[in-house]
Design a protein around this ligand. Structure first.
Ligand code: FE2
Ligand code: FE2
Length: 341
């Protein structure tokens, strides 16, 4: 747990982190590191860790947010299923930067048959010297549903980070059951918390971080391609084969409830390593983080236009800027039917 006079745990699912209100506060979103830390992945792990180091050096962030699939306990690729060992190695690496970091789980952090379940992994991450993480309350589905309130010196909330477990697989519990979604009880919990904050401060805004994209992201993309001017292109592309979105077939109401609640203005996900799109739909900017993966997708070490991080800057004037930080010099902005702004 990050021990600092600037960071306090308020209750089982809430942290307050003091940030300077008179200068930019920079959050670097990193996603899908897919670190193996096994005998089969040594070379590719080194590439991934070097990539993270370079991004941190380049952006000098105040905080890191990892949006899932950080470790990859998949025997054929990593040579190990010990995700506890993987998590410890990742924490040792991240603690070395002396920057607070937080994370959500993806669908691969606790692969079937891996050593630790999510609860055990959560307990490990809570030990990270610079890690802000909690299992959260027992009631809502998932592990690691919590809020980080970014506050000023007087304790006034400037921005809320909503961390959500988008779960793993649907009924049957394995890959072929399709991806799960953010469950209704999680949505209820989140919206209640945000409504209470809005009551105290009607201007409060939040950004949500979770692993799997929402169905509405795909819906917005398709509308945009058909020329719907209400969807506003920001950056990036959909470069997965056949314009694939790894969304849940189980639906979920998170997006609609967020629109109705009105506090969440930004959503950040990962999961589809080649997708880097960012657009604004119904008042919410949805962004696929640039990814790191050198190990998960077959042959991805040779692919580069998707690789990097996403820099989220809260400016002193309260404006928020979301930028791609590519590791290479080429960025894909190819979106069929849409002209670059
Ligand atoms: Fe992934
Ligand atoms: Fe994933």
């Amino acid at each position: 747990m990050y021990c600092s006079e600037k960071c306090k745990q308020i209750d089982e699912a809430t942290f307050a982190l003091q940030i300077p209100k008179d200068r930019d506060f920079k959050i670097l979103q990193l996603t899908d590191l897919h670190l193996g830390f096994g005998f089969l992945s040594r070379g590719r792990d080194k590439l991934a860790l070097d990539a993270v180091s370079r991004l941190i050096e380049k952006t000098k962030p105040d905080m890191l947010v990892l949006t899932g699939d950080s470790v990859f306990p998949f025997l054929p690729r990593s040579g190990t299923m010990n995700n506890g060992k993987q998590a410890k190695k990742l924490m040792t690496f991240l603690d070395g930067f002396k920057i607070p970091y937080t994370l959500v789980f993806g669908n691969h952090d606790c692969e079937m048959g891996s050593t630790c379940d999510k609860e055990e992994l959560a307990k490990l991450y809570q030990q990270g010297k610079y890690c802000i993480f909690t299992e959260g309350r027992k009631n809502p589905t998932g592990v690691g549903n919590f809020l980080i309130e970014l506050v000023d010196e007087e304790g006034k909330v400037l921005l809320v980070l909503v961390m959500l477990d988008s779960n793993m697989y649907g009924e049957g519990g394995w890959f072929f059951s399709g991806f799960d979604c953010i469950h209704e009880d999680q949505v209820d919990w989140c919206m209640e918390r945000l409504a209470a904050l809005k009551e105290e401060n009607p201007d409060v805004k939040a950004m949500a971080f979770f692993h799997m994209p929402l169905p509405e992201f795909k819906e917005a993309y398709e509308k945009m391609k058909l020329g719907d001017k209400s969807v506003i292109y920001q950056h990036g592309s959909i470069s997965e084969k056949n314009e694939y979105f790894g969304i849940s077939k189980y639906g979920g109401t998170f997006f609609d409830r967020a629109v109705e609640n009105g506090v969440i203005k930004w959503m950040f996900c990962g999961h589809d390593h080649l997708n880097t799109l960012s657009l604004v739909y119904k008042g919410i900017q949805m962004t696929y983080g640039m990814s790191i993966d050198y190990l998960g997708y077959k042959g991805i070490q040779k692919s580069y236009i998707q690789r990097g991080g996403t820099l989220i800057t809260r400016k002193a004037d309260k404006a928020v800027e979301v930028k791609m930080v590519p590791l290479g010099s080429v960025v894909s902005t190819r979106v069929r039917g849409v002209k670059k702004p």
